[in-house]
Design a binder for this molecule. Structure first.
Ligand code: S3P
Length: 194
């Protein structure tokens, strides 16, 4: 049986890290935070990378971290939280094409409020209008994920249960008849309009 992985995607402050940590804890899988991985590879914080290299420089570092994660094979089953812009880049979606990606969808007003209070410095968050505009631009990309989970008003537990159920994470791939390994997750419907 191959190593399994689930990638969490979505806008800034959509709960990718909290859901990812909780999902990994429940399943006994590793949790990988891609932004933290980028910071340790680059030995710079995300805001510093943006200041010194701009968004294009950050995107290069992001793709390179993702490519390495996928090419030096994952050693254990993992839940991976991607940064908010990662799944928007076509080259990253292509790298992830054979893996299940879960879009955590939440109302824009909730995302904005949470982004103000969660203590994370986000170079791409300016004001409510710019935030809304960026969200609207990105939504069609997020919707290309294998699974869309609406998180509004739900506890972490029920969000995790929903993901576990939809992706059959508690069954072995043999039991489930569909794998979560990168070979055959396509039965989850990536690419279909949601
Ligand atoms: C970004 C989101 C951030 C981080 C970087 C760029 C984006 O991650 O990757 O600041 O483009 O939306 P979070 O989604 O965890 O805030």
């Amino acid at each position: 049986m191959g190593v399994r992985a689930v990638f969490l995607v979505g806008f800034m402050a959509s709960g990718k890290s909290s859901v990812g940590q909780e999902l990994a804890r429940r399943l006994g899988w590793d949790f990988v935070d891609m932004d933290a991985r980028i910071e340790s590879r680059e030995r710079q914080s995300i805001p510093e990378i943006f200041r010194q290299r701009g968004e294009p420089g950050f995107r290069l570092a992001e793709t390179s971290a993702l490519r390495d994660l996928l090419t030096e094979p994952l050693k254990r089953d993992s839940v991976v939280a991607l940064g908010g812009g990662a799944f928007v880049q076509e080259r990253n979606r292509e790298l992830l094409r054979q893996w299940p990606a879960v879009f955590l969808e939440a109302p824009l007003s909730e995302l904005w409020q949470r982004s103000l209070t969660d203590g994370v410095e986000r170079p791409l968050r300016e004001d409510p209008e710019q935030f809304a505009q960026l969200y609207a631009e990105r939504l069609p990309c997020y919707r290309q994920a294998s699974l869309v989970v609406e998180t509004a008003g739900k506890q972490l537990t029920s969000i995790c249960e929903e993901i576990e159920g939809a992706l059959q994470l508690r069954s072995t791939p043999e039991d489930a008849g569909v794998g979560l390994s990168r070979i055959d997750h396509t039965s989850f419907g990536r690419g279909e309009s949601q």
